[in-house]
Design a protein around this ligand. Structure first.
Ligand SMILES: Cc1ncc(COP(=O)(O)O)c(C=O)c1O
Length: 392
């Protein structure tokens, strides 16, 4: 019997019988595990018995969250980390070697780009950045760099919510033989499962929708067993382990993932529609809207488009800042994917240190605003936006 995604979110990974018959998985706060006898040690080291030994290699609470994520993402194997960036860096350092080349799309998370351009060259790993959606450019780079071992794309991306064309990426993968990694933080397994669409590894910042309550930092990498084992080996050596308390919070968050995503999808769509009709708004970027440049790809690969909505105001910088400060329900802050509505101004919050011409090249306009729509009532969110728009 194949269970639905909401049922899996609640029950997958949870043991049939819990400690002291509790309903929820307990938090096992221990750094190490003991053996009653040396026979137990020998059974463990010879592989006769699979058990926990030391906190960097595993924990019972964390093991449950790994299993739940694996089943939600339809993955052969999975590992979790202490942040999304640890998931990204361990994936790249676990899979790449000196002399390898990787391709990144140009709209990946800023720190991912920084890691590839500043840290990886120290290990003899080179990166080429190609424009998201330009698969001819990607093909040219693949021809020029036969040593390309890996392609990393996000989907959807920040802040314009570009969608990766999975079929085209898979066709290139077949011809050039690289590992395809998709950072699906914005999608979540509820809206898209890239592993079922040809990706080899999916990474997530669990800090966002997976945790869902703005109360934890975490990351995950899921996919082909041989690849996840290499990533895990790297992490078991270097650290970056998710602690048991965070694993518990993530388990708790994941139980409501499917139902939260339903609300994020509905709220995102309704807010995007409202903004698109508003005279003070010049342009809205939401893949669920027919006007979005990747709407066709969203329909093909996604079941919903989530709660991030980006838009440009008909306003200068001063009036844009006034709009942001006038919002009441939407709190100003970075991040997205939690139950609380947040708003960010990419120009100041993420790109303030960039020269204006570089910001322009990246499309980070003064009047660009990114919303992370929470699970509040959509009408309350719309009313809040309407009152702030009326002030500019
Ligand atoms: C798409 C994406 N990947 C990775 C990360 C990094 O995750 P974390 O902040 O959990 O390290 C982020 C953070 O915003 C992100 O947006």
């Amino acid at each position: 019997m194949t269970l639905g995604i909401s049922t899996r979110a609640v029950h997958s990974g949870e043991p049939d019988r819990q400690y002291m018959d509790s309903i929820t998985t307990p938090i096992v706060m221990t750094s190490s595990y003991t053996f009653a006898t040396m026979d137990e040690v020998l059974d463990y080291v010879t592989g006769k018995v699979d058990r926990f030994e030391y906190g960097r290699y595993g924990n019972p609470t964390t093991a449950v969250v790994i299993k739940k994520l694996r089943e939600l993402e339809s993955a052969e194997d999975a590992e979790v980390f202490d942040s999304g960036m640890t998931a990204v860096s361990c994936t790249l350092l676990g899979l790449l070697r000196e002399g390898d080349h990787l391709i990144l799309t140009d709209d990946v998370y800023k720190k991912t780009l920084m890691f590839c351009e500043k840290v990886l060259p120290r290990f003899g790993i080179r990166t080429s950045v190609v424009k998201m959606g330009d698969y001819n450019e990607m093909e040219e780079v693949l021809r020029r760099h036969p040593e390309t071992k890996l392609v990393l794309s996000e989907s959807p991306t920040n802040p314009y919510l570009n969608i990766a064309d999975m079929d085209t990426l898979c066709e290139l993968k077949k011809r050039f033989g690289f590992i395809l990694v998709v950072d699906a933080t914005f999608a979540t397994p509820v809206n898209q499962q890239p592993l079922t669409q040809g990706a080899d590894v999916v990474v997530h910042s669990a800090t966002k929708y997976l945790g869902g309550h703005n109360d934890l930092l975490g990351g995950a990498a899921l996919g082909r067993k041989d690849l996840i084992e290499a990533i895990r080996d790297y992490r078991n050596t270097t650290g970056g382990v998710m602690d048991p308390m965070t694993s518990y919070l993530l388990l708790r968050g994941l139980k409501t993932l499917a139902i939260r995503m339903e609300r994020h999808n509905t709220n995102g769509f309704l807010v995007a529609q409202f903004l698109e009709r508003h005279p003070r708004v010049r342009k809205v970027y939401y893949p669920g809207l027919p006007s979005h440049h990747d709407h066709r790809l969203a329909l093909k690969y996604m079941r919903g488009c989530g709660g991030v909505v980006t838009f440009e105001l008909h306003a200068n910088l001063e009036r844009t800042l006034k709009f942001l400060s006038s919002l009441k329900l939407f709190k100003i802050g970075p991040s997205f994917g939690g139950v609380e509505a947040l708003v960010t101004h990419p120009m100041t919050i993420s790109y303030y240190d960039y020269p204006p011409e570089e910001r322009k090249r990246l499309g980070i306009l003064d009047e660009l605003v990114r919303l992370s729509v929470g699970i509040e009532d959509s009408q309350d969110l719309i009313d809040d936006l309407a009152q702030a728009l009326a002030k500019i």
